[in-house]
Design a protein around this ligand. Structure first.
Ligand SMILES: Cc1ncc(C[n+]2csc(CCOP(=O)(O)OP(=O)(O)O)c2C)c(N)n1
Ligand SMILES: [Mg+2]
Length: 336
């Protein structure tokens, strides 16, 4: 009995039970492992083009998605493997897309920056910084126009904030009370440019005030904090109370892309090491173990299951053929 009481106390998160702890931990471990394997495959020349890793930021996509229904929408920029997997995409088809193979989510024609999965309402994967924010507002407009009750979560980086599209999208969303949650992943850099060098106001959440929308910062390394904040904003949006801007403070442990593997030119070693102490997976793992929601054995099993799943995804991608020449002119928008 005494043990039970102390376990409840240490949980310190209302509604967190073993099943939810498992789901959140597994979701983050899956993204981490998927990307570690993708980095290996990239080094082996199996993935062409760019590859931007989300490692370090997993708590944002997993915490946010845990508040969504399957029919809700998510839309993201080009560092989107995590958001796509969190929304429920099949890791095999996601990996095959990175490999440029026919069984990929977009038949191998989109690649790493253009994952898209209509079956789970994941709307991309957008490589032009800031360009998907007006799309998110447009989707939210369509939902309202059609009388639906879905919500859109729009992930974007700090690098999109000085863009005009950010402000246009926020203004219309607020003016028309649209069901969209703008979720800025502030990892403090846009390629090699720090937010201090790019933004007149570095507390990004405060831009929400200018557009009369709910806004606040949230610890992006704490999956439960993200879940709590996004959950509240999603509930408001679903109830017709309009959009929100959240600033998740996070950090990418790797460089901008595989062409800048460590991001060592514009960040100090000390800074990176300090941030790694706040690894969202380790923090959450320790927390749920301390609260006795999961045992060490449970954690090991989750890691093993995920490793097997990702190995299988790589084998699937490897075995999938390249798109045939006949696919060259399909899926292309053409008027008239
Ligand atoms: C309109 C536009 N300008 C410039 C670029 C080149 N570019 C690619 S990624 C990037 C940085 C974006 O940083 P951020 O939005 O913070 O996302 P993060 O990479 O940190 O996830 C830039 C400037 C681009 N893709 N689109
Ligand atoms: Mg950034």
């Amino acid at each position: 009995m005494a043990q039970k009481a102390s376990a409840t106390q240490k949980t310190a998160a209302p509604g967190l039970d073993a099943a939810l702890a498992r789901t959140l931990l597994r979701g983050m471990v899956l993204i981490r492992r998927f990307e570690e394997k993708a980095a290996e495959a990239y080094a082996l020349g199996k993935i062409g083009g760019f590859l931007h890793l989300y490692i370090g930021e997993e708590a944002v996509a997993v915490g946010a998605t845990s508040t969504l229904r399957r029919e809700d929408y998510a839309i993201a920029a080009y560092r989107e493997h995590g958001h796509c997997l969190a929304k429920g995409a099949d890791p095999r088809r996601a990996m095959a897309e990175l490999f440029g193979r026919i069984d990929g989510l977009c038949k191998g024609k989109g690649g790493s920056m253009h994952l898209f999965d209509r079956t789970v309402n994941f709307l991309g994967g957008h490589a032009i910084v800031g360009a998907h924010l007006p799309l998110a507002t447009g989707v939210a407009f369509a939902i309202k126009y059609q009388g639906g009750d879905q919500v859109v979560v729009c992930y974007f980086g700090d690098g999109a904030v000085p863009q005009g599209e950010f402000h246009e999208a926020m203004n219309l969303a607020a003016l028309w009370k649209l069901p969209v949650v703008f979720l800025c992943e502030n990892n403090r850099y846009a390629m090699g440019t720090s937010v201090e060098r790019a933004l007149a106001e570095t507390d990004i959440w405060k831009f929400g005030r200018a557009y009369n929308m709910a806004c606040e910062p949230v610890d992006g390394m704490d999956v439960l904090a993200v879940r709590e904040a996004v959950g509240r904003m999603v509930a408001r949006a679903r109830a017709g109370e309009g959009p929100a801007l959240l600033e998740a403070r996070t950090y990418r442990f790797r460089g901008h892309s595989m062409r800048d593997p460590a991001g060592a030119v514009y960040r100090t070693k000390d800074e990176v090491e300090k941030e790694k102490q706040r690894d969202p997976i380790l923090l959450f793992r320790d927390r749920v173990q301390a609260a006795r929601l999961l045992t060490e054995e449970d954690v090991r099993r989750i890691e093993k299951d995920v490793n097997d799943l990702v190995d299988d995804a790589v084998a699937f991608a490897d075995g999938s053929p390249e798109p045939p020449l006949s696919e060259l002119l399909t899926d292309i928008f053409k008027e008239g």
